[in-house]
Every structure is written in C-alpha cells, then in structure tokens.
Design a protein around this ligand. Sequence first.
Ligand code: SAH
Length: 356
Amino acid sequence: MRHLRSLLPDELKLLMAERGEPAYRAAQIFSWCSRGVSHYDQMTNLPQELRQWLAEQFILTEPRILCRQVSAKDGTVKYLFGLYDGHAVESVLMQYEHGRSLCISSQVGCRMGCRFCASTVGGLVRNLEAGELLDQMLFAAQDSGRRIDSLVLMGIGEPFDNYDNVVRFFRLVGHSDGVGLGLRHISVSTCGLVPEIDRFAGEGLPITLSISLHAPNNALRDEMMPINRRHSVEEVVAAGHRYAERTGRRVYFEYVMIAGQNDGEREARALGALLKGNLCHVNLIPLNPVRDKAQKSSDRTAIARFQRVLCACGVRSTVRRRLGEDIEAACGQLRRSEIELGFWEDDRPDGATEEP
Ligand code: SAH
C-alpha cells in the first residue's frame, strides 16, 4: 500500500478522475494531508464512501513519538518517530536566531559506511517514502506547536541514495496548495554521489546543496568514507562547482573535525588549495563522538588554526554551533541506542531531560 501523503496534487487529480469524482476532491485530500490529519474520519468534507475507499487503498500515518529528548542546554528537541512497519527514524528540531530548523532523515539506516557516523552501523534497512519525510515535518510541528521555518536533510541516510522519493518530497513540501515551504529554506546534504548531484542540478529546484567532504585528499578520504573509492575528492569537488554554476547557488562543503586525523595545518592548506576561487563555503563540524568509536573531536585551538589557514587561502568557513550535544544529536545516535539498549536506560548523558 502506498502512503497517501506521498501523492502530488496532479496524481490525486488523476486518481479522482479515474473514479469519476469531481476534480476539487483532489485539492481537498491534498489539503488534509498537508495539514497532517491522521484519520480518514477527520476529512470531513469528503463523502463517507470516498473516505472508505481511500482507507482501503492508502496508508495514512499518525504520529508515533517513541522518544522525545529535550536538551537542557539549548532547547534542541530530538524525536524518534516510529514508522508504520515498526522501524524508526530521528528528526532534530533546532532553534536558531533566524527561526526553527528541522533536521530530517531520508532512509532507515544507511549503506554509505562513513567511519565516524552512527547512522551507518547496521547498514541500510529501507528507503523512506516521500510522505514519511513530510510526516517528520508535520508531526514535529504538531508536537512542538511551532512553525518550522527551514529543513535540512542531514539526519539518518543518504538522501541521493533515495533520489526519487527525496525529489518528490521537495515538490510536495514546496507546493503552494500544501505546506508551501519555500525551497530556498531547504538544504540537502550528500556524501558525494556525483551522478545524482548532476541530476539534481537539472531539477530546477532552488535548494542549497551541502557536500560532505571531510578530507582534502584521496588517501585520507578513502579511509574515512568508502564512497570515495567510487567518486574521488576531485570529482566530488568538480560536481559541487558544476552545481554552483548551474544553479547560481553557493555550495557548502562539510568538514567534520577529528582530532589528529584531518585537522592539521597540512590538510587545511590542501583544502584551501582545492576550493580556492569557487562559489563555496566550508562548514567545520566538531565531531560528535559516537559510542564505541574511538575518534575524538578536534579542540578549539586546532579548529581555529584550520580556519585561519582556510581564510588565508580566501576560502570562507564557519564553525558549526554544537546544538543538542547533551542528547546525542549526531546522526543516527538515538536510533542506535534504541536498538541496542532500549529507551529507558539510566546512563543518559548529564543535562538531558526526557519526556515520554
Ligand atoms: N548522508 C548525508 C547526510 C547525513 S549526515 C551526508 O553524508 O552528507 C549529515 C552530516 O553529518 C554529514 O556531513 C556527516 O558526515 C556528518 N556526521 C556524521 N556523523 C557525524 C558525527 N559523529 N559528528 C559530526 N558530524 C557527523
């Protein structure tokens, strides 16, 4: 069965036409879906018989919040959402000066294998459907009672490994008859799937692209990110520049800072040389240590030195603020702890509060 919330207005129109229903039914259904209703009974302007038929054909999901953790430090809220088939994904709601941003997941698990990332432990379980991406936004907004101003696809999964559903989701969430989120308020992050980056540049969607680079040379990136054996540093950077040229939008290169591994002056100079003169920006992300993995975050001094070298090369960079540090807000960590230990373990980090 398909998710009702995955359908675009034109598809609903076709469906209604096939059933001999008036065209305005499609708009009514799309509007209910975009408002996040969870029961067909709530679609009060649809005839009973149509509601019945929809219920037989489509899944209409309801919010299942398996776990909600609120950071005592900065108010960041981390959700673990249960899916209709018993799996779970995470979303993180962050408060910035310019509004509220939700980080959403694109897959259950991930098969990219980045060494420092929790999402990839256990591999890929399945792709999320477009409607399940939308659910994360609707249900986080419902639960928090707040409007969500921007979205980042930086949760669990590799968005471009689930390309069609992700692009469908952008068309759903940006549709003016639905949620109507401006696509300029969305960022998507990829570990560097070059063919999909090029394809995405041709979609005509004004979305910000982030590329997880994390190393300035192939020897190091091979070690950190298995995907580098398929698409090298040079190819990935070139794809980023093609995206910037084609869309006119600045590309963000993410660089996770791992002590003693990729944070030296030599790496900074190599990165500066690689990116110099291009429409891009580097986001330096202090590593969020993952349980059972030995790597540590670079310290302030190393990060500041790295940034100074980039600056001297004319490459702009920002150090990503750490939000939700006390609630393990790095990729895939809540889902992992749920799988391994259950929710109600006592060893929750200090300062984290939790509401069932
Ligand atoms: N698969 C996509 C999006 C998900 S991860 C990608 O690779 O871009 C979002 C970002 O968080 C990526 O840059 C990823 O490399 C980074 N990340 C993963 N694990 C991390 C950790 N433990 N600490 C800090 N950043 C991490």
